[in-house]
Design a protein around this ligand. Structure first.
Ligand SMILES: *Cc1c(COP(=O)(O)O)cnc(C)c1O
Length: 373
């Protein structure tokens, strides 16, 4: 119940234990097509260039930046947690001139902040935002930022690593030009692939660069020959991982996106009312709280690390620690993918309340349980 990896269904593990086929085998190629098609459905896009990059979410981040950014390009990046900070590092390594738009950790990036930055930057190439900041639990609204970005002639890049499969991600409706996600958050698959999608506009930009993409491995112009119709060998696809993602996406679509989002919302709301019943609260901004990542504020006088250690050693429950300015201030409780289940929530609450009592913070287990019904 931490910030990922989330629990993985037996069907996915089973798919990953099958004998190998080759990465150019007709059976594998057929599976690749299904994978692309399911990813389009989950991302809610018609983008042709939609496929899983070999590597974790951070590889997808690099994929987007190395393909779209050339040395000297102006890039605006929203920074309100760990992953916005990481995007700045990656963009600078591509030679971008980065303008940071910063919010306190736990708060969202607002459209007004982006509008102000767009006024300062003469020729913005790209605006990059983290949709769901896993380090803080904030969900930044995309639509208004997208309008401003396009009005300024820039591309919109959205990190959907934690949002995909847990809350609405509507690439086409929001006119997102580039996105990367991950398998181990709300898709409930082991880590190892990064689903990405580029709009036709973004693809044009990548195709007509002045300079070569500095990463051979992540160059979309080369990857397109393998994931497109030519099937030219580029690198050996991690075959087993792709079968795992195929099985995980089938489960996502079997449940249905709307049902899945609703499940994530309901379990988040249940946790929130249980916390209120024992005078605890979330540290993320009211009105913009993530369903899949719940940052519980550590009450005064309680040893944050001691609670986390006891949850793990006595109850086999893992929760995440706060990072950066939130270190020692919050516990990060993940309700991602398969982990977002009422029985997990019940187990967590009884264990958590018990540990808090033992750590000297009187907490009414029955009141917390009653609040979630
Ligand atoms: C986890 C995460 C990443 C990085 O993914 P890795 O799989 O750890 O490389 C990037 N962005 C967000 C929002 C994340 O939650």
């Amino acid at each position: 119940m931490g910030p990922g990896p989330s629990n993985v269904a037996p069907e996915v593990l089973q798919a990953m234990s099958q004998p190998l086929v080759g990465h150019l085998d007709p059976a594998f190629i057929k599976m690749m097509e299904e994978l692309k098609s399911m990813l389009r459905t989950v991302f809610m896009t018609g983008n042709d260039m939609t496929f899983p990059v070999s590597g974790t979410g951070s590889a997808g981040m690099e994929f987007c930046f190395v393909n779209l950014v050339e040395p000297g390009d102006e890039v605006i990046i929203g920074v309100n947690g760990v992953f916005g900070t990481r995007m700045v590092d990656v963009a600078e390594r591509c030679g971008a001139r980065v303008t940071k738009v910063e919010s306190p950790w736990g708060q969202i990036i607002t459209a007004d902040q982006i509008a102000a930055a767009l006024k300062q930057v003469p020729r913005p190439k790209l605006v990059a935002i983290v949709h769901a900041e896993t380090s803080t639990g904030a969900l930044t609204p995309v639509e208004e930022i997208s309008k401003l970005t396009h009005a300024a002639g820039a591309l919109l890049l959205l990190d959907t690593v934690t949002s995909l499969g847990g809350c609405p991600v509507r690439l086409d409706e929001w006119k997102v030009d580039a996105t990367y996600s991950g398998t181990q958050k709300c898709l409930s698959c082991p880590p190892g692939l990064s689903p990405v999608s580029l709009s036709a506009r973004a693809l044009e930009v990548a195709r007509h660069r002045r300079t070569k993409v500095q990463s051979w491995y992540l160059d979309v112009n080369l990857l397109a020959s393998y994931w497109g119709q030519e099937r030219v060998y580029h690198h050996t696809a991690p075959i087993t991982m792709n079968y795992g993602l195929h099985a995980a996406l089938r489960l996502v679509l079997e449940e249905g996106l709307e049902n899945r989002w609703r499940r994530h919302m309901q379990n988040h709301l249940a946790l929130k009312s249980a916390l209120a019943a024992v005078q605890l609260e979330l540290a993320s901004q009211e009105g913009h709280q993530l369903w899949q990542l719940n940052p519980i504020r550590v009450p005064k006088g309680v040893d944050e690390l001691a609670v986390r250690k006891r949850l793990l050693s006595d109850f086999n429950i893992e929760v995440g620690a706060g990072l950066g300015p939130l270190k020692g201030q919050i516990w990060r409780v993940g309700l991602m993918g398969d982990t977002s289940a009422r029985e997990n929530l019940r187990l967590f609450l009884s264990a958590f309340c018990q540990v808090l009592n033992e750590c000297g913070r009187p907490t009414d287990v029955k009141a917390a349980q009653a609040a979630i019904g």
